[in-house]
Structures are given as structure tokens and as C-alpha cells.
Design a protein around this ligand. Sequence first.
Ligand SMILES: [Zn+2]
Length: 237
Amino acid sequence: MFGFSDHAPFPDRHVQFDRMGYDDIGAYECLMKQLAAEFPGLRIPVGLELDYVPGEMDIYRREYHECRRFDYLIGSVHQMFLGEKFIMFIQRELYGEEAMLAFVEGSIDMARHCRDFITFLAHPDVAAFHYVGGMTAKLEKAFRELGKISREENIPLEVNANGMRRKVEVTSTRRGYPWREAWEILASEGAPAIIGLDAHHLPNLSDGSFRKAADFARQLGLRIVNDELAEKILSGR
Ligand SMILES: [Zn+2]
């Protein structure tokens, strides 16, 4: 199943990310309706990927789940404040355990606060992209907690195919994602997993990264729930 899930604007303007503007959300919905009309034989779920903003996520619930009623909503942590420092997983600067831990704790917090309206949590290991270091006791504890919440609340975690594409960029100093050691912990906690294509460009649809991510998940014995999640989305929640 192919759905569309652009990065959501934050409805309150005091939070600014490099995302579509809040004024554009109506145009996005309209474009998706036009697409559905153009291809009546296809069912195209329309979603959004929501950035983690500590303490502010009720706004997402009201705006995108209750009011605009998107077909599905993805929870994601792409950036964090570490004290005064703003860290993005995509930045070129490398970072250590403290930042990596903050990202995993962000995913835990998002799972707790958004469990009633997010369909799944994207790339819970994404910060490994620029993380230098190994699996530490603190990180293991955090990944274990995340896996436990994911299983208990039935919030699938995404094995992200874009990470597979990015593996080619990873040097010997960086972990990269999907991060096998993290997923071994998540698998041992029984977290359900979704394989996400995360296609940003048309050629991504057939570049083999989805198969690689699925093979990775199967090797780890993860319970893959793509089909049941697709059914849930198509049946209207
Ligand atoms: Zn993402």
C-alpha cells in the first residue's frame, strides 16, 4: 500500500521547522483529493509525519486527528534540544551518547503521549545516523523501555528503508540506521515492526531498499505488521 505522509506543519507558529507552512495544509489536502479523483481504482491513504515537540503534542491530536481527520499519523523524532543546543539527526556534526539517548527518550515520550492517535512511530533509531559510540547501558535501558511500550500499546516501530539508502554514506565512525544492536533489543521486547519505504523521490520506490529493510527485520525475527496496519488504515481507524 502506498500512502502520502508529508511532514506536518506545527499548528502553533511559535514552533518553526523546515516544513510546509501551516497555510499550506489546506492545499495539501486538496491535492490529495485531486489525486484520489484522478485514480479512482486506487485507495490512497493521506497522512502526515508529526515532529516531536515536547509538551505540545495535544495540538496535533486536536488539529490533525480530531478536526482534519487524516487517515494516518506518524510520530517521529528528527531533532532535539540538548540544553541550549539544537541537534538534528541529519546534521554533519557527530554526537555522543547524551544526544542519542535524548532521541530515544523522545520516541518514548511520543509513544506515551500520542498513543491514541499515532499509527506508528517512525525510525526509532534514526539518531544513530550521526552517533559515534556503541550500545551503552543507558541506551539499552531506553531501547528496552521503548520496545515494551510499543508492544503494550501496540504502536509499531518502523524499520526505515531510507536508512538503508543512507547506509552508503555511513563511515566507520558512525553507526548509521537501521542500527542492528538497537533492533535486537526492540525485537527481544516483542515490539511490532512496520517496514517503511520513506520514499522522498520516485526512484526510491524501486531501488531495493524496501526489500533490504524487510530482510533485516526478518533476520531479527521481528513481527512485521504491514498488512494489518494497512487494513486498519483502509478500514478507517
Ligand atoms: Zn522521518
